[in-house]
Each structure stands twice: as structure tokens, then as C-alpha cells.
Design a protein around this ligand. Structure first.
Ligand code: HDE
Length: 705
């Protein structure tokens, strides 16, 4: 056998910086340069057993062109580990973005609870937050029409508290036993494997149409709440009623709300669809960029507190997760702030392996009897066992409490702890070091008395499925109502079975006759289907403006981004004035040019671009400035990417400022002058217009239901 020719192993296993000996050709850049910083001192590469490797590029072969040898334990270890890299994705909420941060209490709830995290003002508690879509797989896009999960793990001094919520304060179903059916209906249809992350299909709407209790949630998911502009601009809710419990065991009920410092903002449907094509990771990238830039996302934590006696007066049952408590009925009290300030080191180790469980609770907080919450208390621990593969998932760093924890649970797959001593049981007399119960400070459930007959019963107080759906719809602005109606038309137009569409329109008749008429007209549905029987009289509740998005938008450019379209011949001074005005208003600025290397400005200087026109459409920005010379505008009016850049910004109701020399392009894009279309000298007007959407323009750019 001829001696195999190798790249030549380094004489010492400690690799020398700059030494080519241990690199195969694959490590060389196109120019033949080594990808290694001069003077860097790299740690040795070893197998998982610590054996230093001489060659990580060539497997062991019988000869230079011969077969690979089974003996090659280095190859086998590497490939085997790779083969097992993936774990099952979450059965729901598979796609998520995780960030570290802290929570700081600003108002004590000591009167209501012994929970330290809710009573020690000024105390900072580390948190890990994961924000997710629900239906799509881990590799799906960020911007489908979908609910966003908002799960917060507080690493408190009294153990981990997981507040596992959503960006919508109600849910589809009242009882956990319905959850597997709901999720089977929304996920891809099992025979065809699509759609991957959309609700616009027969099985979803078939299930909805058979589930009147879902109608309130249907209103929310058809609103623009499911099309967030940024994960930093969503509200979130604990949904269920929980209990706050005092030292003596007395309790009040509480609902938790997260309110974003940047206000609420959503995209339009057409915009969300186009963002999905332009940047599949739009929300994740936005969060990453914000944290890298030091613009740390922030939310207020607010609570609604009420007693059991007060709850009896509500015109709905607060234990029913399809109902919310209007802020006008029980006002919100802001008690703290959460700041997200650190991106994880490793996506898999942290964002993928984090395990949230609503049953992770601390002394002073307890559950209510909400039957959806009660089911969740079982489901999450159970799912972690199959997803993470071991009862020891709490030892994974992102899941481990940051306070001491100890008990007599032992062993199991991937046990990382090494408890010493002969005692692994309780009670015992043999070990002074063994952990003991703490009857006075340990967790105790709230005092509660339960009476009544056992059975598979739905409380009569859960029967009203339409009143709050009506309240939600009637609380919206006209623009938002039109979006809800149009979303229903879009979604139901994707449904192939006419009887499913009809059943849905029947439900809408209970919610609002005008809405039902608009949707029926949008579907060309005649005659109008009858409404199904309603189990309870539908009530007219006071409108709650707090349910709007538009009412909760802030006139700010903080956290937003302005795109400036430039090309050869652009005026550098105009670009600079837009840049300065946008930056002063708190916005990010990105230059977009036909070539990423930049544009040769009128004064002959080169200005680098942040994005190339064809790959950086205006859907990625909140407002755009067009700074072109006459020649460039003429040239670009023949380029669909440039025409779409302007046309989409207009159709998505964004402010547009343009130099007069850019007019050929604006004309080609069919832009009509309105309050949101400004000249390049009016930077002040542009910044003011950029802080909002040009809602009045909408009727002229699209047909709404
Ligand atoms: Fe979940 N849900 N869920 N859910 N849920 C999961 O747990 C479940 C519900 C929510 O970023 C799963 O670790 C049941 C409501 C979030 O890791 C699973 C029911 C709300 C996340 C599960 C519900 C949520 C999950 C899948 C009906 C809002 C993502 C993977 C009783 C309050 C957490 C996992 C993360 C994840 C079960 C309903 C929020 C299977 C049975 C209501 C934010 O355990």
C-alpha cells in the first residue's frame, strides 16, 4: 500500500497561528488567504474525548483514492454527532426569537401577595423571553397572519416563574380538551402538507365554524394584531386569571398585561405578504439589530386586580379564556418594566432548549380554575419530556433556576448533577446536609373551597360567545373594521367548501350584521346564510377604545427605519439632510441604491449603500425618501424594482419625500399628491408624516370589504 499523502500534520498538536499545516484546502479563501486573524491564539481542536486533532479535513482512507476505513473514529464521532443535532421542534410555537433581559418592579403589590418579585420595588430579576408564531414550523417565515406567543421566564430568588402568554388577550377555546383538535385544524392539512403557516384553508375554518366559542378570538386574529410591524411593538397578555396570595392564604384575582414602550404598530396585509418574500426573518432580524444597536426593547408590566365578589358582577365569567376584562371595567395598574438587552450566545442552547411551563410558579402566585389553564398545567411539562428528551431538562443552563435548588429527585437521562452522600430520600435522619421542607415560606396553594357535582360540564356562565366579539369589532376605528372585514373575505376566499364559508358568515351575523353583509358581499355570497342558534342572548357592551391598534400607536419614529433611494447623480446634501432629520427623530436610516457598492453622487464622491434595490424593497421601511437626479429617475422608471419601491410605499400608506428631479419615477409609479407625499425641502413635514400611516389614502389604493 502506498503511503497516503496528507496535507502534512503540524509537528506539535498545539496549532500555530498562521500555520497552514493543519488546514485543508476548504479553509482557504478565494484568494488563497487563511481565515485567521494575525497573532490569534486558537484553542486546540479535539474530539469529544479531548484527543487533539491533526487533520479535520481529510478522513482516513486506504490510499489517496481508496475507500474510507471503518477504523476512522474521528470521522464517525463527527458525523454521528451531526446526525443527532436536531431535536423535535415544538408541536406549536416552533418558530421563535429569544432574548435575555431583566424585570424591575416599580410598584409593590405587597398588600396582595407574598411573592418577592411583586413586592420588592427596585429589585431586578433576570428574564429570558421567547416570542413566537404558533402554526408554522421552526423554519417558516416571521410574518404570517398568526398569534404571537410571548413567554417570559423570570429567574426569581424564590424559583422560576414562567408567564407564558400571547399577544392577544383571549383564546380560541374554553377547555383544554379541545386543544389538540384546534391545532390539528390550523396546522398544515395532513394529507397534503400545506399550508405551512397560514389560517386561510378549509380545515381551519371548518373547525372555527363549528366552534362558536372561538368567535371572539376570530375577530382578534382577523385584525392587524396578527400582522405586527415588530416584535417590539406588540402587547402581550397572560390571558387567564391567576391569583395573588398573601402570607395568610387570602387571595385576589389578577390578569397580567405587557405594554410595549414603542406603542402598538402593525403592517398591512399586502405589506406582510411582501415582507415574507423580502426578508423571511424580518422580526428576528429587527430584534437582533435593535439589541446590537443598544435600542433595548421595553415593556411595562400592568395588572388588573379584582376580588371574587367583584368578578361575580362582571357580565361574563373571568374563568372563561375567550373573555377579556375591558380596561374600562378594571383599570390597569403599571407595576414594573421589562428590558431586553442581551442576545443569546447560542440559538439552540438557549432559544430552542428553553422550556416554559405555566406550572412554574412562585410562592404568592397561584392558579385560577380556568379549565384552559388547568389543562396547560399538565401539557407543558409533558411536552418538554418528549422535546428535550429527559426529566433533567431543568438542568440545561437556560432552564436552571438562578437561586439554589435541591431535592431528592435523582438520576435519569443526561443527569448533570453529582449529589454526594448516601441519602437520596426524605425524611431522613442520616444527613444534616439534606434539603428540608420550609412550611412557613414554601409554596402553598390559595385557600379555596370547592363544592358541586363532578362531571364533564361546561358552566352556563361560559355560554355567551358573541357579545365580546361584537364589543371588539365595534370598538375599532373604521379603518380597522375594514381590515377585519377584508381579512375575513381573503381567508374565506381560500376555503374551497362553500358550506364552510356560509357557516362562518352565519356566525358573523350574531357579531355585527354590517360586518356579515360586507363579508358576504366580498365573497359574492347570496342568499345571506342564516345565523346559527346562539346559546345566550347577545349583549351590546360599551365600546372599549383600548382594544384598537390605531388608538395605541405612538407618533414616534423610535424603533422605525427610513429608506433613502439613491443612485448615480444624487445630491449628497439632500441625502444628508434626510439622514440628519430621521436620526434626530430616533429612526434608523438605510441607503438603497441600484448597486450595493454605492452611487457616484453629483459632486463625484462615492456613497456606499446599505442595500441593493432589487433585494431591499420599501416594505422593509416605515417611510421612504427618493433622492434621484433627473437622469437616474428616467433610468429607474424602466426598472420594476424602483417603480415597486415607490408604488408599494404609497400603497402601504407610508410617507414619501422626493426631489423634484425624481418626478419621472413617481409618475411611472402612479403617485398622486397627498398629505403624505412631500418635496425634498420639507424634511420637517416628512418626519411628521412618517410617524403615522396615511389612512385617508387607503380607499384610493385598494378595494376593502
Ligand atoms: Fe400553549 N403550548 N397550549 N398556549 N403555548 C405550548 O409547549 C398548550 C395556550 C403558549 O416559547 C407547548 O413548550 C395547551 C394558551 C406559548 O417555548 C405545549 C393549550 C396560550 C408557547 C402547549 C395551550 C399559550 C406555547 C408546545 C390549551 C396563551 C411557546 C411547546 C389548554 C396564554 C412557549 C411547548 C415557548 C407552547 C400546550 C394554549 C401560549 C404543547 C394544551 C391559551 C407562548 O405544551
Amino acid at each position: 500500500m502506498s503511503k497516503a499523502k496528507t496535507n502534512g500534520a503540524a509537528s506539535s498538536p498545539k496549532r500555530q497561528a498562521g500555520s497552514a499545516n493543519s488546514y485543508g484546502e476548504g479553509q482557504l479563501g478565494a484568494g488563497g488567504e487563511l481565515h485567521q486573524a494575525a497573532g490569534a491564539s486558537h484553542p486546540e481542536m479535539t474530539t469529544n474525548q479531548g484527543l487533539p486533532l491533526s487533520d479535520n479535513q481529510n478522513s482516513l482512507r486506504a490510499n489517496a483514492r481508496g475507500p474510507s476505513l471503518l477504523e476512522d473514529f474521528v470521522l464517525r464521532e463527527k458525523i454521528t454527532h451531526f446526525d443527532h443535532e436536531r431535536i423535535p421542534e415544538r408541536v406549536v410555537h416552533a418558530r421563535g426569537t429569544g432574548v435575555h433581559g431583566y424585570f424591575e418592579l416599580t410598584k409593590s403589590l405587597k398588600k396582595y401577595t407574598r411573592a418577592r418579585i411583586l413586592s420588592e420595588v427596585g429589585e431586578k430579576t433576570p428574564v429570558f423571553v421567547r416570542i413566537s408564531t404558533v402554526a408554522g414550523g421552526a423554519g417558516s417565515v416571521d410574518t404570517p397572519r398568526d398569534v404571537r406567543g410571548f413567554a417570559v421566564k423570570f429567574y426569581t430568588r424564590e424559583g422560576n416563574w414562567d408567564l407564558v402568554g400571547n399577544n392577544i388577550p383571549v383564546f380560541f377555546i374554553q377547555d383544554a380538551i379541545k386543544f389538540p383538535d384546534l391545532i390539528h385544524a390550523v396546522k398544515m392539512e395532513p394529507d397534503r402538507g400545506f399550508p405551512q403557516s397560514a389560517t386561510g384553508h378549509d380545515t381551519f375554518w371548518d373547525y372555527m365554524s363549528q366552534t362558536p366559542e372561538a368567535m371572539h378570538m376570530v375577530m382578534w386574529i382577523m385584525s392587524d394584531r396578527t400582522l405586527p410591524r415588530s416584535l417590539r411593538m406588540i402587547e402581550a397578555f397572560g390571558i387567564h386569571s391567576f391569583r395573588l396570595v398573601t402570607e395568610g392564604g387570602d387571595s385576589v384575582f389578577v390578569k397580567f398585561h405587557w405594554r410595549p414602550k414603542l406603542g402598538l404598530q402593525s403592517t398591512l396585509w399586502d405589506e406582510a405578504v411582501k415582507i415574507a418574500g423580502a426578508d423571511q426573518d424580518f422580526h428576528r432580524r429587527d430584534m437582533f439589530d435593535a439589541i446590537a444597536a443598544g435600542n433595548f426593547p421595553e415593556w411595562e408590566l400592568a395588572v388588573q386586580i379584582f376580588t371574587a365578589q367583584e368578578a361575580e358582577q362582571f357580565p361574563f365569567d373571568h374563568l372563561d379564556a375567550t373573555k377579556l376584562i375591558p380596561e374600562e371595567l378594571v383599570p390597569l395598574q403599571v407595576i414594573g418594566r421589562m428590558v431586553l438587552d442581551r442576545w443569546p450566545d447560542n440559538f439552540f442552547a438557549e432559544t430552542e432548549q428553553v422550556a416554559f411551563c405555566p406550572s412554574h410558579i412562585v410562592p404568592g402566585i397561584d392558579f385560577s380554575n380556568d379549565p384552559l389553564l388547568q389543562g396547560r398545567l399538565f401539557s407543558y411539562l409533558d411536552t418538554q419530556l418528549s422535546r428535550l428528551g429527559s426529566a433533567n431538562f431543568h438542568q440545561i443552563p437556560v432552564n436552571a433556576p438562578k437561586c439554589p435548588f435541591a431535592n431528592q429527585q435523582r438520576d435519569g437521562h443526561m443527569q448533570m448533577a453529582q449529589p454526594a452522600g448516601r441519602v437520596a430520600y426524605d425524611p431522613n435522619t442520616l444527613s444534616d446536609a439534606a434539603p428540608r421542607e420550609t412550611p412557613t415560606t414554601g409554596f402553598r396553594s390559595a385557600t379555596a373551597t370547592e363544592t358541586g357535582d363532578k362531571g364533564r360540564i361546561r358552566a352556563a356562565s361560559f355560554a355567551d360567545h358573541y357579545s365580546q366579539a361584537r364589543q371588539f369589532y365595534r370598538s375599532q376605528t373604521g379603518h380597522e373594521q375594514a381590515h377585519i372585514a377584508s381579512a375575513l373575505v381573503f381567508e374565506l376566499s381560500k376555503v374551497e367548501q362553500p358550506h364552510v364559508r356560509q357557516a362562518m358568515v352565519g356566525h358573523l351575523r350574531h357579531i355585527d350584521e354590517d360586518l356579515a353583509q360586507r363579508v358576504a358581499a366580498g365573497l359574492a355570497m347570496t342568499p345571506m346564510p342564516a345565523a346559527p342558534p346562539a346559546a345566550a342572548t347577545v349583549k351590546d357592551m360599551e365600546p372599549s377604545p383600548a382594544l384598537q391598534i390605531i388608538g395605541k400607536m405612538q407618533a414616534t419614529l423610535s424603533g422605525r427605519c427610513i429608506g433613502i433611494l439613491i443612485a448615480d447623480g444624487s445630491d449628497g446634501a439632500v441625502i444628508a439632510s434626510f439622514k440628519a432629520a430621521a436620526t434626530a427623530a430616533g429612526a434608523g436610516v438605510k441607503l438603497v441604491a441600484p448597486k450595493v457598492g454605492g452611487a457616484k453622487l453629483a459632486d463625484g464622491s462615492m456613497l456606499a449603500a446599505d442595500g441593493q434595490l432589487a433585494g431591499t424593497p420599501s416594505v422593509l421601511f416605515d417611510a421612504v425618501a427618493i433622492v434621484l437626479s433627473e437622469d437616474a429617475a428616467k433610468l429607474l422608471s424602466e426598472d420594476a424594482a424602483a417603480v415597486d419601491f415607490v408604488r408599494d410605499a404609497y400603497a402601504h400608506l407610508k410617507a414619501i419625500a422626493a426631489t423634484s428631479a425624481s418626478k419621472t419615477l413617481l409618475q411611472k409609479a402612479g403617485i398622486a399628491k397627498d398629505d403624505g407625499v412631500l418635496g425634498s425641502s420639507d424634511t420637517g413635514g416628512f418626519i411628521a408624516a412618517a410617524k403615522t400611516r396615511q389612512w385617508v389614502r387607503e380607499k384610493s389604493v385598494r378595494t376593502l370589504a
